[in-house]
Design a protein around this ligand. Structure first.
Ligand code: BES
Ligand code: MN
Ligand code: ZN
Length: 497
């Protein structure tokens, strides 16, 4: 995909299609008015007849209007003018690209009305155009044996109009937006793969492949004996019921000053979560192949860091295991010792993500992180609390949690803070070990975070529970690529890019 900017008069743009906006109030936007004028009033007439109501996300393709260098015009609904802002703009942009992907259009110029600069400045405008384009063209790496649908013809998108003063910011946004969406697509590809293909070893191979393509990346993979030497008793406890050997994957991006404290990203990589001996019910159990979405987001974020040559040191750590019931599997009541030395009574083998993360978080200490952020499809309770709209945000450093929440707003990949006070920690009390791996049904997303906090003391730490946001069910069943956009925005800010 080629992304560029456009600046000359819209009627002279030599592209296959112009994308212009129409408000619900039957109101042509400025660029649409210019086209209407050149085309002898055809747009105005069409709208006056009520043929295009301008509802958000609706599109209508018109061909060969007179007076234009462009071959087609795609009218795109922007909704009501009074509620116009970043969200409706993003929705319109995304549906426009989606509609063009089903045509022979090879080149398009985005000329949609923009919300005011406070809602969408030049940089985020460019970033949005590229991000939404790459995202709309994503196709699931399906394993259907029939003929594959043809790839979209679209190969060039121009964002504009830009002026001499705004062009650089829009171009920077286009570059970042493309890299961001490509990274989110890396996460989606991994998340959509089934558990029999996307195993812990497969994730390790993907990380190695990434490092072969990017010189800034170094990968180290710990196998079972290496993890045993690190005394990772919690992670290994989850792995022991599976025939798939576990992996601890460490990816380093060296983009900052050597010796500068890195941002460390830690991901839950449960490639399939059956629940183990505390077996899950059968309905929708297939969705537990997404239980490695945190890991996929870590791999995606490191690919993003490498692609934009982020001037920041970033370390990604993935704990990759499969959670299965077996004669060798852990049982409720078992007590294991984590690499931090703390003992854990496993009261429910389905609370496995926190066990995996505990050893991965402890391993991260050796990097002396400036900040450590973990992401995990950790609890069904978080889905109950926040639905599918916000990821849950927790941490021991309020400023860091705030930073992530703000990044989520800018990236349109939102997170919402939940409290993490000592009462929740008390719910984890055990008579037999330092603490248990569950704290009862009440406040389940928070007690899970309180468990993780036991392993991150002294580090500036935040945790994102992405159980409700990393995937969607229904007709569009699949991985969403979240929270990669949030993380990319966070990293860009930290790097002052
Ligand atoms: N992977 C699940 C959490 C999950 C649930 C993710 C639904 C996405 C959708 C996690 O390992 C789990 O099973 N958590 C348990 C914890 C409980 C046993 C304390 C849960 O949420 O039920
Ligand atoms: Mn589980
Ligand atoms: Zn799980």
């Amino acid at each position: 995909m080629r992304f560029e900017t456009w600046s000359k008069s819209i009627t002279t743009l030599d592209v296959d299609c112009l994308i212009v906006g129409v408000f619900e109030e039957n109101e042509l936007t400025e660029e649409a008015r210019r086209i209407d004028h050149a085309a002898g009033g055809r747009l105005g007439k069409l709208i006056a007849r009520g043929d295009f109501p301008g509802r958000a996300g609706e599109t209508l393709l018109l061909a060969d209007l007179p007076g234009l260098a462009a071959r087609r015009v795609l009218l795109t609904g922007l909704g009501a003018r009074k509620s116009f802002g970043r969200k409706p703009w993003r929705k319109a942009c995304s549906s426009a690209i989606g509609a063009l992907a089903r045509t022979g259009v090879k080149s398009a110029a985005v000329a949609l009305e923009r919300p005011d600069a406070e809602a969408l400045d030049d940089y985020y405008y460019g970033r949005g155009v590229a991000e939404l384009t790459v995202s709309a063209l994503y196709r699931i790496n399906d394993l259907k044996s029939g003929k594959k649908p043809k790839a979209a013809a679209l190969s060039q998108v121009l964002a504009g109009p830009v002026t001499r003063t705004s062009a650089a910011a829009v171009e920077r946004g286009l570059a970042h937006g493309e890299a961001l969406a490509r990274a989110a697509n890396v996460q989606r590809d991994l998340g959509n793969l089934p558990g029999n293909i996307c195993t812990p070893r497969y994730l390790a191979e993907q990380a190695r492949g990434l490092a072969r393509r990017h010189r800034s990346l170094r990968v180290r993979v710990l196998d079972e004996p290496a993890m045993r030497r690190e005394k990772m008793g919690c992670l290994l406890a989850v792995a022991q019921g599976s025939n798939e050997p576990p992996r601890l994957i460490v990816i380093e991006h060296r983009g900052g000053k050597s010796g500068a404290a890195p941002v460390v990203l830690v991901g839950k990589g449960v490639t399939f979560d059956s629940g183990g001996i505390s077996l899950k019910p059968g309905a929708d159990m297939d969705e537990m192949k997404y239980d490695m979405s945190g890991a996929a987001a870590v791999i995606a974020s490191l690919s993003f860091a490498a692609e934009v040559k982020l001037p920041l040191n970033v370390v990604g750590i993935v704990g990759a295991v499969e959670n299965m019931p077996d004669g060798k599997a852990i049982k409720p009541g078992d007590i294991v010792t984590s690499s931090s030395g703390q003992t854990v009574e496993i009261l429910n083998t389905d609370a496995e993500g926190r066990l995996v993360l505990s050893d991965a978080l402890h391993y991260a200490r050796r990097f002396k992180p400036a900040a450590i952020i973990d992401m995990a499809t950790l609890t069904g309770a978080c889905v109950i609390a926040l639905g599918h709209h916000h990821s849950g945000a927790f941490g021991n450093d309020e400023a860091l949690v705030h930073e992530l929440v703000e990044a989520g707003v800018r990236a349109d990949d939102r997170a919402w803070p939940l409290p993490l006070t000592e009462e929740y920690t008390e719910q984890l009390k055990s008579n037999f070990a330092d603490f248990a791996n569950i704290g009862g049904r009440d406040g389940g997303a928070i007690t899970a975070a309180a468990f993780l906090a036991k392993f991150t003391r002294g580090m500036s730490w935040a945790h994102l529970d992405i159980a409700g946001t990393a995937w969607q069910s229904g007709a569009h069943k699949g991985s969403t690529g979240r929270p990669t956009p949030l993380l990319a925005d966070f990293l860009l800010r930290r790097a002052k890019l």
